[in-house]
Ligand binder design. Sequence first.
Ligand code: GLA
Length: 395
Amino acid sequence: MQEKLINRTKEAFQSKYNAEPKHFFLAPGRINMMGEHVDYSDGFVLPAAIDKHICFAVKKVDDSEICTFFAKDFDDSFSFNVTQKQTPVSQTWVNYLLGVFNAIQERGKKIGGLEIAFSSTIPMGSGLSSSAALECGFAYILNHIFDLDLTKKELALIGQKSEHTFVGVKCGIMDQFASVFGKERQVILLDCNSLEHQYFEAHIDGCSLLLFDSCVKHTHLTSGYNDRRNDVDNGKKVLWEKFPDIEKFRDFSFSMLDEVRAEMGETSYKRCLYLLKEINRVEKAAKALSEGDVQYLGQLMIETHSGLSTEFEVSCDELDFMVEETLKENGVLGARIMGGGFGGCSINLIKDENVNDVIENITAKYKADFAIEMKVYRVKISDGIREYKRNEFVV
Ligand code: GLA
């Protein structure tokens, strides 16, 4: 299924390096069933890896200290010396990779020369975590090729650290975790505090999960993501000053939050209120998903959208319009903005028999109001990062 992407990446490698790649790796994007912005607040999340990938074609270069990347989709290259310390550069895509290298170097791990070409089917800036796939894909490659003995958890944490230190986005761990730990047909219930996790099969029989891409692009470096995190940190500080015995953010009650409302100010209050409600919803959504209660799951999705739009304020006119209009259609059980927000995709739970009509109607309405052609992705829940070898996956 990924043949086209793999061939394209292979050709890019051949034309750039005039040689044959020795390995192929596929790093997936992710969806999230429920639990937005709670991953940096001790919450639970419900992500899953999807069948959209960054493909890396790789060749180890013995006796070389140079690692070169060719980003086929940007038609851009970058080389660095693997024995030297690296600092952020002006190309953002490079920083995701250098940040990974830096985090690995800090752990005292040594790598050698590499030639890499990569290309992607994960749309960028659409809330499907192309960044996590890039970071964690590179971390996985280094671990695999140079036998670094890093665990899967470490790979996810290295990806997150790269984003914090070299890119400047204070993201949580959900995206990296999903890209590394994804499993075919399985949703991950992840405790973002302990990183304990379990898998379960999503039961949405008779319904489809569709992504509608608003094509409003964002990067969390400028989107307001870090501002939201600051609002939340301010709220947490006030809460913990008043209730120092509480261990995890999710253990604060609504009445505790109300007690410190004036002190933390309205903005932080709204953010924290949303978070406590959302953490609560994830538990219910996990149960609904595993029991196949699609009506209730849809209801929870609608509540999440409303919270993200009015309390956490990470939606935008285009996504609010899209979700509102989608919910008016027959057979739509739930719809909400997905991921960090400020653009990107909505995730929609729609009865199978109504899918085509909904797509047709929403595409037309969205175009009429915003003059933008909406994109539709029917994604499959898939495995996490893998080496790809002669039509089979090798862990
Ligand atoms: C982005 C971040 C994640 C998470 C989501 C919102 O995707 O990278 O860590 O916070 O936004 O749920």
